[in-house]
Design a protein around this ligand. Structure first.
Ligand code: ADP
Ligand code: AIR
Ligand code: ASP
Length: 302
């Protein structure tokens, strides 16, 4: 098995940019105030309008109507942001991993918000009206399901389970049923059916994708939104947000080692290194043999 542990407290990845141990990242059109011209969008970074800043990402106004730029931060939170850290390079990895997975899903006909990656931390996406539901698909008992039902972590579930949580940090994302979704109009019955069908297809495809990389897809969370192509048409449901080790539970097939955000939630250390291992196994980045175009993460990744 390929090891993924940090060697000498520093390991290197070919990501195409250089990341300094902290602070400004070369080749990385960082946050606001960075006067970079987009070839296509012609938006000066310093003039971009922030539409929304969340815990892990920033959404900027996009270059064309109906688009947004999704910026992946290094910020990491858990337990409704009670626990916080900045993990050097995490945003770069999540941007690349989410791009990779969304592209693969599009290729099998799952409609997604992803248009194209702009740089190491940003991607152009279609702006959607987010359906206020976190859709969780589970293959193996873990996390809140294990706590709620007293089921040991690691127990295979008889079939994939789809669960819904109402997106509200203030209410701690409570679990809801089809009844709540219909009664409160969060999704129409047709949208509800479409979301379940899409979520199961995403699970099917991703389970195979990760299995091929020696990784067990335990569970994951996805979000959907309504995309209005033009004012008169019915909206289309698109897969939105991100798919990354922040939103999935990923266990090494052989060792059971966690390669996802639980490393942060449970203080296991080596968070960014685990995300990098996922990217490496998916073939997104290569183990570096040379020294050019190298991202170097040094320490402090917990
Ligand atoms: P949070 O809002 O939970 O702090 P993030 O920091 O990940 O989470 O912020 C990203 C926000 O962008 C999320 O609230 C998500 O619902 C929203 N979002 C994701 N994709 C799109 C999209 N294509 N259009 C509009 N909003 C989106
Ligand atoms: N998740 C839920 N809210 C935010 C995220 N990222 C993801 C977790 C896990 C799945 O949803 O990362 O993969 C189920 O989480 P839980 O806590 O309900 O067991
Ligand atoms: N991201 C959410 C939070 O910050 C939940 C989690 O992933 O644990 O609370």
């Amino acid at each position: 098995m390929r090891g993924w542990h940090v060697r000498n407290n520093c390991f290197c990845l070919r990501l195409g940019v250089t990341v300094a141990p902290s602070g400004v990242r070369a080749g990385d059109s960082a946050g606001p105030g960075f006067p970079t011209d987009y070839r296509k969008g012609r938006i000066k970074m310093s003039k971009r309008r922030i539409v929304y800043e969340g815990k892990a990402k920033i959404l900027y106004e996009g270059p064309e109507p109906g688009t947004l730029i999704q910026y992946f931060k290094d910020d990491t939170t858990a337990f409704d942001a009670q626990k916080k850290a900045v993990l050097d390079g995490k945003g770069v990895l999540n941007n690349r991993i989410s791009e990779f997975i969304m592209t693969q899903l599009s290729a099998i006909g799952i409609p997604t918000h992803f248009i194209r990656r702009l740089n190491m931390r940003e991607q152009l996406i279609r702006k959607v009206e987010i359906i206020p539901l976190e859709v969780v698909v589970r293959n193996i008992a873990a996390g809140s399901l294990s706590t709620r039902l007293g089921m040991p972590e690691g127990q295979q579930l008889p079939r994939p389970l789809v669960e819904f949580y109402y997106k509200s940090d203030a209410l701690h994302d409570p679990m809801v049923s089809e009844e709540h979704i219909a009664a409160f109009g969060w999704a129409t019955p047709q949208e509800y059916d479409d979301i379940i069908a899409l979520a199961l297809r995403v699970n099917d495809y991703m389970s195979g994708l990760f299995a091929g990389a020696g990784i067990r897809l335990v569970d994951f969370k996805i979000e959907f939104g309504r995309y209005f192509e033009n004012d008169h048409d019915m909206p289309r449901i698109l897969l939105a947000d991100e798919i990354s080790p922040d939103s999935c539970r990923l266990w090494d097939y052989k060792t059971g080692e966690k390669l996802d955000k639980d490393r942060f939630r449970r203080d296991l250390g080596g968070v960014t290194e685990a995300y990098a291992e996922v990217a490496r196994r998916l073939g997104i980045i290569k183990e570096s043999g040379d020294t050019d175009n190298v991202v170097s993460f040094t320490g402090g990744s917990k």
